[in-house]
Design a binder for this molecule. Structure first.
Ligand code: ATP
Length: 839
């Protein structure tokens, strides 16, 4: 049978990876069986899903681009899923802009998605391997931030997503310190690594590392297992076979990963399951005990992380290179974000402390068109890091993973609670053109959260609500995948409803060609190349696995192979007396009784079974009755199947609705929190304004009050001064001053007049007596003389008491009792009187 080719319209290549059995689960009934490939040496492409202990349920067959069995290594996956062509498409070796690539995993919780994408503490995942290839390939064409100071500014101006762009040294300095404390468990489990030394795809370097050893691994001859040792990740023990099957005479090897000094040690002879947890994983499980009501820790400020001393080096892909454009220079910009409860959060930006709740929270980002990207939605406002080499990129990856939400559940001790996106932006421009525009293409690596059943995962509270949201988004993703494969199998174009949630929007919005509205058709972007790796546990929950496979498989066929058991019973009872031939099933119908079956996208040959029963002779009527009964039973069996199918559809719908409800409740709680925070901030703002206003009016009021009291006091003082007979000392002084000035003026006037009188006298004495006329008759002197008595009376009026101690009231010439009178020295006035008399 030919493996199914990727249909033209299909948006994803879909691969299936089966995980090895988990410890303690080996005896469970295996539901997934891998079909033998029709051609020798061809990789398997089909699986059969057998319902356990339920003879009435249909057997389903699924087709994938390729199926990887339990013993497949990370390297097998890297090579078999064609990650290299994805990387090459992004690097655009033939010039021009690259094509975006998407590599994602989908599966039930605990089926090995994170293991596949991000690896474990002892082996690398597809993310690290893809990064390794990218950096190795552009090694001589990468631009260095240190030697090109304008690089950062150039990349910043070329970015269309309103991102904050940093250089890796600046970013890492901020995140990592030389912390000397014990290392913390990361977001991934320490996983035993299974390596097949004799495999078509294994590179010589790996074969060198894993010499062929005696032993047997399930379904895979000559397999070895590498187990990392507690507290020493630099060493791994190579076990020739699973411990459960290991014989006493087998010699485990211990090999250095980071250090070159080899160590030899004997593994414990104790019998262990071959997938039993390593000691590191055990300790991790102890510290992160699942389960009931295990809430994810609230986001905290990013502590300074411990710089990872040794990152896993295996598998080695040093000989693999992707083709690049030799005339171009490249820069790599990395960003990471997660989709949690249908909202996007940056994993490279530390959370900020909320004023209202005093908790550390992240700000959700928007997936939207921006000013520089009007035709294409982008995640706006991310923090991006320019990484000049593989080590920097891996450190940034580790920092981002540290921030990702992970929780222990009943199904997985470190279960991803969000869909993680790791984006490698490849910036490219013509070599040597420092002012040239950077073109961008992105390789997005996505580790989806796993679908889970609350009953199995034993989740509660927030973790349960998260699960609802995860299941809901995966259901939308499933719908999109089904639509795309339906579209590819029928001529009718089918619209993929990818705008239903953030996850599908992010995964599918680049799947269709887009042309910039502002630019010509030559700037049309090619749709992304996408690879989906579906992970499944063959011994896992049948319903969950079947649901995921149904969503994701490129083709599916349903067969109802058996006569319902009740029919067999009736026929068996009748067989003692009757012999007859049931009609053969019509071609294309798998039911022995000719009942119609529904087939989805058939690609398998129908089983051409002949169902014959032999009965002893019976009458025609009996035979007809039996036939009718059998037909009726078959019809009813069909009906039951249809009802069952309907029931399972309804249950799925109910589950989705419940999940939606849970997530809505969660959203409501979040909204309430946000509204509370906003109200609190608004209230504080208003309160501050009101306080300011109140203080201002208070001080104004105080001033007014003071003025008012001043005026009152003045009025009171005035009235008191009127009432009081004795004036105050101050008034006295003031009045005295005024009077003294007046007196002085008068004295000066007096002097002047006296001088005039003297002049006139002299003039008079120099005249002859006959010419002397009495002064009274002269007009020039008469005015002066007339004034003198008036002046005297004026002076009399102003006569005040000269002594300050005289407090007793005196009656002045005008009769006023209020003023003290000052007594002027009398001699001047007396002398004037004398002078006057003289005159
Ligand atoms: N192919 C594999 N080989 C060895 N170990 C594996 C494999 N797949 C998964 N495991 C181990 O199984 C455990 C669960 O795997 P993992 O965390 O990758 O599951 P997951 O699908 O990402 O789960 P979730 O959706 O809950 O995050 C881990 O300890 C992992 O190392």
């Amino acid at each position: 049978m030919e493996p199914p080719q990727r249909p033209q319209a299909s948006l994803f290549q879909v691969y299936l990876r089966l995980r090895p059995p988990q410890a303690g689960n080996a005896s469970a009934e295996r539901a997934v069986l891998v079909e033998e490939p029709e051609q020798d040496n061809a990789p398997p492409t089909h699986i059969t899903l057998n319902p356990p202990n339920d003879r009435r349920r249909a057997i389903e067959k699924f087709a994938f681009t390729r199926v990887f069995e339990e013993d497949a290594t990370q390297l097998d996956l890297f090579q078999g899923t064609r990650v290299l062509p994805l990387v090459e498409a992004v690097l655009a070796p033939h010039g021009g802009d690259g094509t975006d690539g998407l590599l994602a995993t989908l599966g039930v919780t605990g089926s090995g998605k994170t293991h596949t994408m991000l690896g474990s503490r002892s082996q690398r995942g597809l993310t690290q391997l893809a990064l390794d290839v990218v950096y190795r390939s552009i090694d001589t064409n990468i631009v260095d931030c240190d030697t090109c100071p304008t690089l950062e500014a150039g990349l910043r101006s070329a970015d269309a997503s309103e991102a904050a762009i940093y250089s890796a040294p600046a970013f890492l300095e901020n995140v990592y310190s030389d912390f000397k404390g014990p290392s913390r468990a990361g977001s991934r489990a320490a996983t035993p690594m299974i390596v097949r030394p004799q495999h078509d795809f294994i590179r010589p370097s790996l074969l060198d590392m894993c010499p062929q050893l005696p032993g047997h691994f399930p379904d895979s001859p000559n397999s070895v297992r590498l187990v990392c040792h507690e507290d020493d990740l630099s060493h791994i023990t190579m076990l020739s076979t699973p411990p459960s099957q290991r014989k006493q005479n087998m010699l485990p090897l211990q090999m250095p990963v980071a250090s070159s000094r080899p160590k030899l040690a004997y593994a414990s002879p104790q019998k262990k399951h071959y997938m039993s947890l390593t000691s590191t994983a055990k300790s991790k499980n102890l510290t992160k005990t699942p389960i009931k009501g295990d809430y994810p820790p609230p986001p905290t400020p990013r502590r300074q992380l411990q710089r990872p001393s040794a990152l896993p080096q295996m598998p080695d892909i040093s000989s693999i290179r992707a083709s690049i454009d030799p005339s171009a220079e490249y820069a790599i910009v990395i960003s990471m974000y997660e989709v949690y409860n249908d909202r996007i959060f940056d994993l490279l930006t530390p959370p900020v402390k909320s004023n209202a709740t005093k908790e550390y929270r992240r700000r959700a980002l928007l997936f939207k068109p921006t000013e520089s990207s009007p035709d294409r939605k982008v995640v706006a406002g991310l923090r991006k890091v320019i990484c000049g080499n593989l080590r920097e990129a891996l450190m940034v990856l580790e920092a981002g993973l540290h921030e990702r939400r992970v929780a222990g559940t009943g199904s997985n001790s470190s279960s991803s609670r969000s869909h993680g996106f790791f984006c490698v932006e490849v910036k490219k421009r013509r070599r040597g053109r420092t002012d040239g525009q950077w073109g961008t293409s992105t390789l997005s690596i996505v580790d989806l959260a796993g679908s889970e059943r609350a009953r199995d995962a034993k989740t509660q509270g927030a973790t349960l609500a998260e699960a609802g949201k995860i299941n809901e988004s995966l259901m939308y993703l499933g719908q999109c995948l089904q639509m795309q494969s339906d579209a590819s199998s029928s001529a009718k174009p089918n619209l993929v409803p990818f705008r239903q949630c953030k996850l599908t929007e992010l995964l599918f919005s680049n799947s269709f060609p887009s042309a910039s509205v502002a630019q010509s058709v030559s700037h049309r972007r090619a749709p992304q190349k996408a690879v989906m790796i579906v992970t499944a546990d063959p011994l896992g929950d049948f319903n969950a696995t079947s649901q995921i496979l149904r969503y994701s498989a490129l083709a599916r066929e349903v067969t109802v192979p058996r006569i319902p058991s009740i029919t067999s019973t009736i026929l068996a009872n009748a067989s003692s007396t009757a012999h007859f031939h049931l009609p053969e099933p019509s071609p294309g119908c798998s039911s022995p009784l000719g009942s119609p079956q529904s087939h989805h996208r058939p690609f398998f040959q129908q089983p051409s079974a002949t169902y014959q029963r032999t009965f002893s002779p019976m009458s025609d009527t009996e035979r007809a009755t039996m036939e009718n009964a059998a037909m009726e039973i078959a019809r009813m069996a069909d009906m039951i199947d249809q009802l069952n199918a309907e029931l399972s559809r309804e249950s799925e719908g109910r589950m989705a609705a419940e999940a939606h409800l849970l997530s809505m409740e969660d959203r409501v709680v979040e909204l309430e929190q946000e509204i509370r925070e906003e109200c609190y901030a608004d209230f504080e703002h208003r309160l501050a304004l009101e306080m300011g206003r109140w203080k201002a009016s208070l001080s104004l009021e105080q001033e007014r009050g003071e003025e008012h009291w001043d005026r009152k006091i003045e009025v009171l003082a005035r009235s008191v001064s009127v009432v009081l007979t004795a004036p105050s000392d101050e008034d006295d002084v003031e009045d005295e001053d005024k009077e003294n000035v007046l007196i002085e003026n008068l004295e000066q006037e007096n002097d002047r007049l006296r001088r005039e009188v003297a002049v006139l006298k002299r003039e008079l004495s120099s005249r002859t007596p006959s010419k002397r006329a009495p002064l009274q008759e002269r007009g020039d002197v008469s005015g002066v003389k007339a004034d003198i008595p008036g002046l005297g009376s004026k002076m009399e009026q102003l006569r005040v008491s000269g002594s300050r101690d005289e407090r007793a009231p005196r009656v002045t010439s005008t009769g006023s009792p209020t003023k003290k009178m000052r007594k002027l020295p009398a001699k001047k006035w007396d002398s004037i009187d004398v002078d006057d008399d003289l005159l």
